[in-house]
Design a protein around this ligand. Sequence first.
Ligand code: ADP
Ligand code: MG
Length: 315
Amino acid sequence: MAKKKRIVIALGGNALGNTLPEQMTAVKITARAIVDLIEEGCEVVVAHGNGPQVGMVNNAMIALTHEDPQQPNTPLSVCVAMSQAYIGYDLQNALREELLDRNITDIPVATMITQVRVDENDEAFQNPSKPIGRFMTKEQADEMAAKYDYIMKEDSGRGYRRVVSSPRPQEIVEIGTIRTMVESGDLVIACGGGGIPVTRQGNHLKGASAVIDKDFASSLLARELDADFLIILTAVEKVAINYGKADEKWLDNITVEEAKQYMAEGHFAPGSMLPKVQAAVEFAESAPGRQALITLLEKAKDGILGHTGTMIGRG
Ligand code: ADP
Ligand code: MG
C-alpha cells in the first residue's frame, strides 16, 4: 500500500467562531471537513488560530483582577495556554464524535499543549502589531496602559485595543512527543493559537508576552513532521492578485517564485493573506515534493483532490 499523505491543516478564525456557542457549532463543520480528508486516506495533524478566543480569555482575566484585588494580572502566555486548551477540548470532542459517527474507531484524538520558542531579540517585540480583545475609550485605554503596561493603539476609527507582539516561531518544544503520537496513528491537535510563546533561559522556559501567528507555526510544524501538504483553511476559496480590484485574478497553481514575485508586488494584505502566502512558501521551498494549499474550510477535500484552491509548489 502506498504511504499515506501526511497533511498539516491550519484552521483560521472562521473555523472556530467568535463566541462559545458559535465555536460549538463551528467545530462540527470543521470536524466534517477534517474527517473527509482522513476518509480520503490522508494522515492529518491539526493546528489552529486563537485571535478572538485569546482576546476573550484576556478580558475575562482582567475582570477577575477588578473583582478581586488579590488576583494579579494574568500573563498573555497563560491566556494563550487557556485558549489552546479550551479550543482543543471542543475540537477534539467534535473530531472524536465525527470519527465514531463514520465508524472509524481506531484513531484516538488528542490535544497537545504546545510551547513554541521565540527569539527574545525578535524585532516584533519592539513593534507590537496584533490587536486583541475588546475596544475601549481613550480614558480606559490610558488606564490599562498605566496599570498593566499594555500597549494600546487606536484601531481604524473604532476605538482603542491592546496590541501585542507577534514574533516568528523558532522551535516547537514538544515536537518529539507530537511526532511520536502522529507516528502511532493518533489524530493530534497541536500548536493551537500559534503555540504558547516562550523564551529559553537556561533550562527555564519563560512565557513571553506575545501571540504567534498560526500560519507560521503550522508551517514550522509541517516542516518538522516532514508533511507532504500544508493546508491553510480560511475564508476565501483562492488567493487573488489585484484582490478586490476590477482586474482581480484568482490563482490556481503557482510556483514559489511566482508567489515571491506577487508578494514583492504587494498583492497580499499584511496581517491576513500575506502571512499565509509567506508560510506556504516557507513550507513549499523547504524540500522537494512539499506543497501548500490555501482554500475554504468546506473545500478542503476538493482542494486536496486538485479541484480548487491555490496550490503553491516548487514548480
Ligand atoms: P484567518 O482567520 O483564516 O487567518 P484572515 O482574515 O487573517 O483569516 O485572512 C484571510 C483574508 O485575507 C480573506 O478573507 C481576505 O479578505 C483577505 N485577503 C487579503 N488579501 C487577499 C488576496 N490577495 N487574496 C485573497 N484574500 C485576501
Ligand atoms: Mg489570520
